[in-house]
Design a protein around this ligand. Structure first.
Ligand code: NAP
Ligand code: ZN
Ligand code: ZN
Length: 346
């Protein structure tokens, strides 16, 4: 099946128009016409090999929404014309303890990523969502609520689920103080979800000009982190801190902000190890944890939650020829608050 999109053909080369083949429809497959594809900072990390060697040619993109064009004979979950979403993985082993629990992202064999990986046959390069068409096993796609504007839904497939999952897992609710580090694609979804669940939300940002946006999204407080004194004053204040920052930073000054038994969840993945001051953990029985996207059942739960609460991502819709600029602006923290590519422009 012919597909058109954008690809990096080799390491460090810019994305360029690319035509390629997707697999023919298998019995449980769905073909979708992509409407929008979000730009995640993980796309940039992988194109630039900031997480180690990548597989080229690479068609990035794992925030995909569109409309079902065709279904295989075994598909019962979707019908032609429905709105559909695909996220960060397209398959997994389906039998391990994690997969059995619907936590496919933690598959013990490793989830099969949407791109920058080989499909489970071990030889076909998986091509992602910066393209016009996608083929996906119906078990690994989700339904999109009818009331949500589709461009704002695309980022929910990664940025959305990646914050919804820890916010739920660590039980954000009224009476809890939640901190969100970094107001980018992920962070702004964390503000919206923690707020919708009733928590008191504080944004930590190194961009002072984002304060009014943060408050408009529901943040109760905004801390400009360029002033170190601002952090010190908040020692022992937060039950939960969600670190979505894409760059290296001193994690210890944030661990100190946790209350007794508080947890700092690492979500941002700059690719370098953190130096953790264990004394800061011991001093208040604090935890440091990690969290990665969410499984298929939780992705559906998150989208249904968004439908019920009218939550979408704040997006800037761009055409394919703007992607290079969008990458530069994202790296410069000048994203408001997710770039989404209009798939008609591929
Ligand atoms: P993004 O839109 O670029 O947002 C990152 C934010 O981090 C920026 O907007 C900025 O917020 C802050 N930041 C950037 N550079 C900084 C610096 N030098 N010092 C302090 N703060 C800085 O990126 P994203 O798409 O949200 O992704 C964030 C990270 O999460 C990436 O590393 C990505 O790979 C990772 N990720 C992880 C998962 C997972 O499952 N765990 C899933 C998706 C992505 P302010 O301007 O407000 O400071
Ligand atoms: Zn992502
Ligand atoms: Zn598995």
């Amino acid at each position: 099946m012919k597909s058109r999109g954008l690809a990096a053909l080799s390491a460090n080369s810019p994305l360029e128009p690319y035509e390629f083949e997707r697999r023919d429809l298998r019995p449980n497959d769905v073909v979708l016409d992509i409407a929008y594809a979000g730009i995640c900072h993980s796309d940039i990390h992988q194109v630039r090999q900031e997480w180690g060697p990548s597989i080229f040619p690479m068609v990035p993109g794992h925030e995909i929404v569109g409309t079902v064009r065709e279904i295989g004979p075994a598909v019962t979950k979707f019908s032609v014309g429905q709105r559909i979403g695909v996220g960060v993985f397209i398959d997994s082993c389906r039998t391990c303890a994690s997969c059995q629990r619907g936590l496919q992202q933690y598959c013990e064999e490793g989830m099969t990523g949407t791109y920058n990986t080989l499909e489970r046959d071990g030889k076909t390069i998986a091509f992602g969502g910066y393209s016009d068409t996608f083929v996906i096993d119906a078990d690994y796609a989700v339904h999109v609520p009818a009331n949500l504007e589709l461009s704002g839904v695309a980022p929910l497939l990664c940025a959305g689920i990646t914050l919804y999952s820890p916010v739920k897992h660590w039980g954000a609710k009224a009476g809890m103080r939640v901190g969100v580090m970094g107001l980018g694609g992920l962070g702004h979804m964390g503000v919206k979800f923690a707020k919708a669940l009733g928590a008191h939300v504080t944004v930590f940002s190194h961009s002072p000009n984002k304060e009014s946006d943060a408050r408009a999204m529901g943040a109760d407080d905004f801390v400009a982190t360029k002033d170190p004194a601002a952090l010190k004053a908040l020692s022992h204040s937060f039950n939960l801190i969600l670190n979505t920052v894409s760059a290296e930073l001193d994690i210890n000054s944030y661990l100190d902000l946790l209350t007794l038994d508080g947890t700092l969840v690492v979500i941002g993945l700059p690719g370098k190890p953190y130096a953790v001051n264990v004394g800061t953990l011991l001093g208040a029985r604090r935890s440091m944890a990690g969290s990665m996207i969410g499984g298929i059942p939780e992705m559906q739960e998150m989208l249904d939650f968004c439908g019920a609460h009218n939550i979408v991502s704040d997006v800037e819709v761009i055409s394919a020829d703007y992607v290079a600029t969008a990458y530069e602006r994202t790296v410069a923290s000048d994203v408001k608050y997710r770039f989404v590519i209009d798939a008609k422009t591929f």
